[in-house]
Design a binder for this molecule. Structure first.
Ligand code: CP3
Length: 335
């Protein structure tokens, strides 16, 4: 295994920052769109051979220091008895969303049985490129998953989940616990199948007011992070000004969205590893601007414990040349 990403994620000093992009295997790559003409999203995710081909597309083009498995945070819904698909123009749709407070007590089916395609994908990737790059596993965080399970579709500011927490506080807690346990087991399963680093995407948890985040989210994140035997990256959007709440769960790395000033993150978080955080829209600028903005982030982060990434997923219209420039800027940098 090439361990640059793992070393940076553990907070070590590295000769340059490792680099990968959230959503790097998706729609900005023309070959991805061709594969998707043949398979629905769920078909592509659940077929290890197809998912392997998609995961490797950014490898062939950019050789990033981390390859994030092609999958989705919603797969964990399956062993919990929810059915989902991605609807064009809408986004994720859960066909049998939580119908009320009595609908949260579920017995998960065994992960190796229902999500064996994820283990098989990681095994294949480990065989193919495991000695040349780091494999990144991931799972959704409890709030983000609960928000989809409650709303059944993307919802403005996650109002259905925020209402549910006040109308049915006990059931809300049990639903978060259900996801916390399932996600923990799922990440352990991914590490057992070769994931070198794992990222928890609790992308939407930042919509909760700080006191509720402290009470509902921090202990559950901590439980997940503590139980996984690999470096962990915790990504929550909209936490600018309260990054300590993300750090309170004690992940190895705090994922930063692009609204955070890198200098501020470093002074707020001390020695903890950070990931990010180029504004994805910078990849629509000219080459020199991309290089300058990327180097500015690298320099602001310093040589220790920095994983270079965007501040959120790569936009589907992004030119592949821009992604290449971004990756090369990191690869050509030396401390
Ligand atoms: O980063 C990667 O390249 C790895 C794969 C990955 C996907 N989704 C692939 C995907 C990862 C890590 C995710 C995470 C994810 N999925 C999150 C959390 C992080 C984030 O970016 O906010 C969330 C909230 C989801 C749920 C989800 N699945 C959304 C919002 C969408 C997009 C729906 C849309 O219509 O735009 C999906 C589908 C999805 N997941 C696609 C990809 C490449 C697009 C599917 C397609 O149309 O081909």
């Amino acid at each position: 295994m090439s361990d640059l990403l793992v070393r940076a994620a553990r907070g070590e000093r590295t000769e340059r920052p490792p680099v990968w992009l959230m959503r790097q295997a998706g729609r900005h790559i023309p070959e991805y769109r061709e594969i998707r003409d043949q398979y629905s999203f769920v078909e592509a995710v659940t077929n290890p051979e197809v998912a392997e081909r998609i995961t490797l597309l950014p490898w062939d083009r950019y050789q990033p220091d981390g390859l994030v498995m092609f999958s989705d945070i919603l797969t964990i819904l399956e062993p919990l008895g929810f059915d989902y698909h991605i609807e064009s123009g809408v986004g994720p749709v859960i066909e049998n969303a939580v119908s009320g407070p009595d609908d949260v007590d579920r017995t998960p089916e065994p992960i190796p049985e229902r999500l064996g395609y994820v283990g098989e994908l990681l095994d294949r990737l480990d065989d193919r490129v495991g000695d040349r790059t780091s494999l990144i596993g991931f799972a959704g965080g409890p709030f983000t998953l609960a928000s989809y399970a409650i709303a059944g579709e993307p919802s403005r500011n996650h109002l259905p989940a925020r209402k549910f927490r006040l109308q049915h506080p006990e059931a809300f807690g049990r639903l978060l616990d259900l996801f916390t346990e399932a996600v923990t087991e799922f990440l352990q399963y991914q590490v057992a199948h070769g994931a070198d680093v794992v990222q928890v995407f609790d992308t939407y948890a930042g919509v909760l007011p700080p006191a509720d985040y402290e009470r509902h989210i921090v202990p559950r994140h901590r439980e997940i992070v503590d139980a996984v035997d690999a470096p962990t990256i915790l990504f929550v959007r909209n936490m600018n000004g309260r990054l300590q709440q993300v750090a309170a769960a004690d992940p190895d790395v705090v994922g930063l969205d692009w609204t955070v000033e890198m200098e501020t993150a470093r002074s707020d978080l001390g020695n903890r590893g950070v990931q990010g955080n180029l504004d994805p829209s910078v990849l629509f600028a000219d080459r020199e601007t991309i290089r300058e903005r990327t180097r500015a982030i690298i320099e602001a982060a310093g040589p220790q414990g920095h994983v270079l990434n965007l501040g959120h997923g790569v936009d589907r219209e992004t030119p592949v040349d821009s992604v290449r420039t971004f990756v090369e800027t990191a690869k050509n940098f030396r401390w």
